[in-house]
Design a protein around this ligand. Sequence first.
Ligand SMILES: Cc1cc2nc3c(=O)[nH]c(=O)nc-3n(C[C@H](O)[C@H](O)[C@H](O)COP(=O)(O)OP(=O)(O)OC[C@H]3O[C@@H](n4cnc5c(N)ncnc54)[C@H](O)[C@@H]3O)c2cc1C
Length: 401
Amino acid sequence: MPINKEKRILVVGASIAGPTLAFWLTQYGFLVTVVERAPALRLGGQNIDVNGPARKIVQKMGIEAAILAQNTTEVGLQIIGQDGEVAGEFPKEASLTGTRELEILRGDLVRILYDCSKKHVDYRFGDSITALEQHPDEVSVMFASGKTETFQLVIAADGVRSKTRKLMFGDEPQFKSLGLYIAYMTIPRQENDNDWWRWYTAVDRRVLMLRPDNKGTIRASVAFLEDNRATHEKRPTEEQKSVLKTKLAGAGWEADRIRQAIDGTDDLYFDEVGQIKAPRWSTGRVAMIGDAAYCPTPISGKGTTLALVGAYVLAGELSRHKRHEDAFAAYEKLMRPYVEEVQKLPPGTPRLVYPETKFGVSVLNRVAGIMASKPVQKMVGLFSSDPAEEENKGIDLPDYQ
Ligand SMILES: Cc1cc2nc3c(=O)[nH]c(=O)nc-3n(C[C@H](O)[C@H](O)[C@H](O)COP(=O)(O)OP(=O)(O)OC[C@H]3O[C@@H](n4cnc5c(N)ncnc54)[C@H](O)[C@@H]3O)c2cc1C
């Protein structure tokens, strides 16, 4: 099956998509270097799930058991009303739930993917690329460290804010903002915490969430809508913390606790939520995967799944085709309809679930209560197909080996 063992490939970014691609490429005999800007693996982030076709991929990689062993212990989703009481509950077995069987902290998954690929991959931390020069048979890559090297192909897996994408397509606008900001952080666990994903909607278009983890801490997130693009993501961490504390004022429920914990947290991740809609995923010898190419936003719950599937498909197509142009075209042909399906957000998203007034919040919570009630759950269960089957829809994964 390997077609060209001399082919040197540079992958940019060591998170989810990068190490998955590196794993599969080395399986097919390619020589792979991964460059990561951070000085070490970035292990922050919250509960994510591996579902649908991505589950088949982690099974093929032999890491499903390792993922199951790092389960976050989350038992389902609770909607918290304005009085702090549970307004509706969706256990993980329910038809409408956000908690899946393969629920894992993002950092744990990054570590597993790195561990299973590192033996055959040249990982380089603390460096990044500053320029790309395409030639007929190779790409010259200039690194921030001052080195210049050549590779046959370069693959961007450097996330939603990808610098490589910019080097490929210039300032072509590909980030479509939803006007929503989300901040993730780890905070101390308290006696009154439980193992539910707790979702609280506050007035003035704010949502607070607390989720359990398997480390004895709690993963908190704060999301809010803003009409004007405020570029909070570009601020230094201390300024971001101050923005968040202001946003949390008067939000109720656990807002004061999160406010107090913000100063002590060292893993704040604060970004504007938006989708990447790129008309092309490659140019010449450079291509993109994961959030860099088609970020669907955390709202979709499918960012990790798309990153795993895209990496698997691109590596597989490169192993099948002699010419990289054919492999890139086949990858895009297979992935694009699936990506377009995943990127379709429900109408009114996200404004509908971020009401401004107390009345709006109470209507939303009442609807959640009705959806969570036993008769409705039963009815939804009767009319919906098996969730696993449902999630597998959209892409027929080829068996490349
Ligand atoms: C620290 C962190 C925390 C996150 N937390 C959450 C979360 O809580 N919930 C959620 O749904 N999603 C989270 N995400 C996003 C999530 O990981 C992705 O949506 C998804 O898994 C797809 O992954 P990806 O590998 O395509 O991109 P990302 O996970 O975004 O990874 C991109 C990687 O590329 C590296 N990188 C960026 N620029 C360069 C550069 N110029 N040169 C070299 N390397 C570069 C980054 O440091 C990062 O390691 C987080 C991402 C990060 C980086």
